[in-house]
Design a protein around this ligand. Sequence first.
Ligand code: PRP
Length: 174
Amino acid sequence: MKEAVSVLIKQEEVEKRIGEMAAEINGKYDAVHLIGILKGSVFFLCELAKRITIPVTLDFISVSSYGDGTTSSGIVKFNKDLDESIEGKNVIVVEDILDSGRTLSYVKSVLEGRKPASLSVITLLDKPDRRVVPVELDMTGFVIPDEFVVGYGLDYAQKYRNLPYIGVLSLTEE
Ligand code: PRP
């Protein structure tokens, strides 16, 4: 298959929006503890953190959802838990994309039980057409159509995460 990527959201647009999101965070808290869900959120989280001017600390979790390869069973499991306690912290869970909602719904329910001072959830991209489990978001970068998107942390077979823009991947017979 031949792979081609077309630009959906340009780098300047993505970075402008991340700046707006950081400004909103700066105005709302005294300090924040960002939690990235590996691996997709890393690029967004770094760009966001660079634009936050209040004290920021970071931690990461890794989760997997199980299925038969084509469909998700909806069961999500932690592969790597947080390194530090979130008790009493203003926690912001940072995602690259909200798709079925299974990952964020599970992560949110687990973290809510760990007594953070506050728990918010933000995503760079939201694909509402794919939602299976409802998730209340505190901030969204862009609402996008149901296309296969790559770049800014999002992959296809682990590739394209490093593209500095959001692209749509198309596959054609060679
Ligand atoms: C992607 C993305 C979210 C999740 C969203 O992660 O980073 O974590 O899927 O999908 P959902 O709303 O249907 O749960 P993926 O499992 O592809 O891992 P990655 O971040 O390492 O690419």
